[in-house]
Design a protein around this ligand. Structure first.
Ligand code: FEO
Length: 394
């Protein structure tokens, strides 16, 4: 289908509405959108391909949109297969098309396709311009947003940023393609944060570097490779990315994540939540065993105060909590206040193990902890009350 967006820009991406896991890792209850664009100026350019799973629809869109015109350029901003799976098909379909990409991206494309695509390639680097006629694309290197080879591009004539994975989101968002189609722009945030924190969360420095380059540009539209197109309110997305990439919390509230084998640690977490509530402090309580890690990682990027509570297990940690904290460590999150609650029937070591695991992070780990011996008693209840007070006053 030919779908006009603005000026000489067309949408040729597609939604996978029944896909359940992105990267075979992250739940996507609302599917996944793989965006791709065509600019039809004096020259024609296809900006990235799409995931194999939406290949048929994507190719149909490309053919319908070009309406018999030859394709001059296939621009690959990012070589990850969710955007490059159809590169070979496009190059075969349009034998005169040049593959415009970075040196590193070409290397990755060669690795993925098992071909040497050098003869078809026109290598671009940071600052290079691809002239299409009235419009042109200026390439901006964006290493590690999300892979090393990533570039974004900027079209000055329409103040458009083609942002690759940046500003993307999980989900297909009903029939909407534009952010202006949402009743509330805030509806974008949760799935965009979950996408950001799990996909590029650990590369905050690199995202900040890209935002710095973007700050010098007038940006009226952002066209990412996933999720909604920002046809308005680009500042909203940029502000959220500034927060997330600097590891600043969006909420001063408390996230309590617990693991519990026999409901005793859960009870301690619930009592803490109730105490906080009595102190006028809001909290969200999450069971680590029944919540996909991607949602918890997203909340860890959202909340400033984090409580981790779990039993001791084989002298270490309750396995689900250990797995989660290893991911937290990989996310390199900073600027958080962390509070610990442990449980155990004999040698209770969970708090020390959690503290050790998180010790490399630039976070503040509170020394006041709660120790539950098997089940809550008057001693642990007063520790919970004291911890609630400490959190409320912090
Ligand atoms: Fe959407 Fe990094 O690929």
């Amino acid at each position: 289908m030919k779908r006009h967006l603005f000026d000489t820009t067309y949408y040729v991406g597609a939604c996978h509405r029944t896909k359940t896991l992105f990267e075979n890792l992250f739940p996507i209850p609302n599917g996944m959108r793989y965006n791709s664009y065509i600019i039809k100026d004096e020259k024609t350019a296809l900006l990235d391909t799409a995931d194999e799973s939406v290949g048929e629809e994507f190719l149909e869109n490309v053919i319908d949109t070009l309406e018999g015109k030859p394709l001059d350029y296939l621009v690959v901003h990012h070589a990850e297969p969710d955007h490059s799976a159809l590169v070979l098909k496009i190059l075969n379909l349009f034998p005169a098309a040049k593959l415009v990409t970075s040196t590193q991206s070409l290397k990755y494309l060669n690795q993925f396709t098992g071909r040497d695509l050098s003869a078809r390639a026109e290598i671009v680097k940071d600052g290079d311009e691809l002239k299409l006629g009235k419009r042109s694309l200026t390439f901006i290197a964006a290493p590690m947003v999300h892979w090393p080879e990533v570039m974004v591009s900027y079209d000055k004539s329409t103040s458009t940023l083609f942002s690759a994975d940046a500003f993307g989101s999980f989900g297909c968002s009903e029939g909407n393609l534009f952010i202006s189609g949402l009743n509330n722009i805030g509806d974008w945030t949760d799935e965009a944060r979950r996408y950001y924190s799990n996909i590029v969360g650990r590369f905050g420095v690199n995202v900040t570097a890209l935002l710095k380059k973007a700050a010098a540009l007038k940006i009226d539209r952002i066209l990412p490779l996933h999720g909604l197109i920002f046809d308005t309110n680009c500042g909203f997305a940029i502000d959220k990315y500034s927060l997330w990439s600097s590891y600043s919390a969006e909420s001063k509230d408390v996230l309590i994540v617990y693991g519990s084998m026999y409901q005793n640690t859960k009870k301690a977490a619930e009592i803490l939540g109730a105490q906080l509530s009595q102190n006028g402090v809001k909290s969200k309580i999450t069971d680590v065993s029944y919540t996909d890690f991607s949602y918890i990682i997203s909340d860890i990027f959202k909340y400033e105060k984090l409580v981790f509570a779990c039993p001791t297990y084989y002298g270490g940690l309750f396995p689900r909590m250990e797995q989660l904290l290893n991911l937290v460590k990989k996310s390199a999150v900073k600027n958080r206040k962390i509070y610990l609650m442990e449980n155990g029937t004999w040698a209770v070591t969970a708090a020390k193990n959690m503290s050790d695991l998180l010790s490399d992070l630039k976070v503040e780990i509170c020394e006041n902890k709660v120790t539950v011996k098997s089940a809550c008693n008057s001693d642990s209840l007063s520790q919970i009350e004291a911890l609630a007070k400490t959190i409320s006053n912090s």
